[in-house]
Design a protein around this ligand. Structure first.
Ligand SMILES: *Cc1c(COP(=O)(O)O)cnc(C)c1O
Length: 405
């Protein structure tokens, strides 16, 4: 199949090559993009695990602590392209100590979840967005391109095999961690001539076990998460590595998360590892939901995109992607125009914010004006319930919830 296809493409491209490309350049292009095999789910090789693990009880689940019985791996080399994907017993990888991932952090990942619906079927939430984002993170690191649909088909096969690991209670799910690494065995700094993609899965409970718990943020001046021309819009392990120390420092002072700022204007960018949302009455007196634009410093979250899209459908208030500064938020708070602030991401869906430490000032953020004990505002709660409803198939959505048969 692959041989015929590539021959066909070669013959289509050849006549043009005389006009468009010098022949050497064309050969390189053909070799790297069309002649080599891509990921093909029909070639998947499955080796079942004969020693199945004991599953933790739902009540004992800690985020990312236990893993299912199987994993998916797909290897790539610059000379042979993508090899046949494999599902194997979950286990250790064997890598050479010179593998570039250990030296130059050529690593990116995804975070997505599988849910069990009322009919007992497996569902994914907008998995195409995760595949596209993984491909763009790979591109940023010069890791190879891959057939996203075929890779997703392989992930679905893994989920079918480990289906019994997906917790059934509402709020519980299977966290899926697709990962791509450079595995070239040499210290030269350049595109890796070998790569590995693997997928591991971990059963997880609801982020908030006993209802929401609003967080207090610290707007840091000492550290920056992302900058123009940097890698803030790609899901790279290296972005996370540098955020841990700042997080520990603010946690010592009793703040749960960092509010990342950028520039002398103190633009808000993200909250910890979540996108930032502000619901307020703007200077013109209109109710408005806003979030920073995807200018290269913001991670294009699936949850972010879903919230914007739902809010635009509802047409109940203005929805804008724009830069927001801390002084503007502070001013809105003192003028009683601030309605709700929250973070958004796959782990928690939404995370309500109750306070921001900014310079020597505490910006108090309202939660629910009608209920002094509430830990989330009405709009924050509505986004959480709507998205969760779609994820578990309780609310129909024509393309966001994908059933695996
Ligand atoms: C993953 C991530 C998010 C959230 O993205 P989702 O697709 O909604 O889970 C936000 N910010 C950063 C920095 C992230 O890494």
């Amino acid at each position: 199949m692959i041989v015929t296809k590539s021959r066909l493409l070669t013959s289509i491209l050849k006549p043009q090559s005389k006009i468009a490309f010098p022949s050497t350049l064309l050969n390189v292009r053909l070799k790297s993009s069309t002649a080599l095999p891509d990921i093909d789910s029909s070639k998947l090789k499955v080796t079942m695990n004969s020693e199945l693990k004991k599953k933790p009880l739902n009540k004992d689940l800690l985020f990312g602590h236990s893993f299912t019985d199987h994993m998916l791996t797909v290897e790539w080399t610059a000379t042979k392209g993508w090899e046949a994907p494999k599902i194997l017993p979950y286990g250790k990888l064997s890598l050479d100590p010179s593998a570039v991932v250990f030296h130059y952090a050529i690593e990116c990942f995804e975070g997505m979840k599988a849910y069990i619906d009322k009919q007992g079927k497996i569902r994914l939430f907008r998995p195409d967005m995760n595949m596209n984002r993984l491909a763009s993170s790979c591109k940023r690191l010069t890791l190879p391109a891959f057939d996203r649909k075929q890779f997703l088909e392989c992930v679905k096969e893994l989920l079918k095999i480990d289906k019994s690991w997906i917790p059934k209670e509402k709020g519980y799910s299977l966290y899926i961690r697709p990962t791509a690494i450079g595995t070239q065995n040499s210290l030269g700094v350049g595109p890796s001539n070998k790569a590995l993609m693997f997928v591991i899965c971990s059963p997880v409970g609801p982020y908030y076990k006993t209802g929401f718990s609003a967080v207090s943020l610290y707007a840091t001046r000492d550290y920056v998460r992302a900058w123009p021309g940097g890698t803030g819009d790609a899901k790279l392990g290296s972005n996370y590595a540098s955020g841990i120390r700042p997080q520990i420092e603010v946690a010592k002072d009793g703040y749960q998360q960092i509010l990342w700022m950028f520039g002398k204007e103190d633009y808000v960018t993200e909250v910890g590892t979540m996108n930032f949302f502000c619901y307020w009455i703007n200077e013109q007196g209109e109710k408005e939901l806003c979030t920073p634009p995807l200018d290269g410093t913001i991670l294009p979250g699936v949850t972010r995109n879903s919230i914007l899209s739902l809010a635009r459908d509802w047409k109940e208030f203005k929805v804008v992607e724009k830069n927001i500064t801390l002084p503007e938020i502070k001013k809105a708070s003192t003028e009683n125009r601030l309605l709700e602030l929250f973070g958004a991401g796959t782990a928690a869906i939404v995370s309500p914010i109750k306070n921001i430490r900014y310079n020597d000032f505490d910006i108090k953020v309202p939660l629910d004006p009608k209920d002094p004990k509430a830990q989330a505002g009405p709009l924050t709660t509505r986004f959480a319930e709507t998205i969760m409803g779609i994820q578990y198939g309780d609310i129909n959505h024509k393309d966001w919830s994908v059933v695996i048969d």
